[in-house]
Design a protein. Structure first.
Length: 130
């Protein structure tokens, strides 16, 4: 996997996830994935699904009023079966008539399963306070 294909995979995942339908990204998440967020650790695809769906349920529900995207992606390692990248994440939009912008940083580890790549680990946290 090239650095550009890692970046493309990460951005593609976010673009698809913007539809707020986990079925569309399920094959991109490893069945034994571990996602670590501020509100807990989510182990296995069903737990990851539940975390995503909880977040989506608490959002505005209007795809045009909010956006989650990655920036400053740095591929830190890659070989034929694994790759890892760090990035900044950005969540912005309008909720209850008020604009919001939340930023943080993250790490994702991808593994190759057959012919496809899947996220096996993600760790997100908010930016440290200055």
């Amino acid at each position: 996997m090239t650095n550009q294909s890692v970046v493309d995979f990460l951005n593609n995942f976010e673009a698809i996830a913007q539809e707020k339908n986990f079925d569309l990204v399920a094959d991109m998440v490893h069945e034994r994935a571990i996602f670590r967020f501020n509100d807990g650790d989510f182990v296995g695809r069903p737990a990851v699904r539940a975390a995503f769906e909880k977040t989506w349920a608490s959002s505005t529900g209007n795809h045009n009023e909010e956006r989650f995207y990655l920036s400053d992606i740095v591929v830190v390692a890659t070989d034929t079966s694994t790759t890892a990248a760090t990035y900044n994440w950005n969540w912005e939009g309008v909720s209850q008539g008020k604009s919001f912008r939340i930023q943080g940083r993250g790490t994702r580890v991808l593994v190759r399963e057959g012919e496809r790549w899947q996220i096996i680990h993600e760790h997100l946290s908010r930016m440290p306070k200055p």
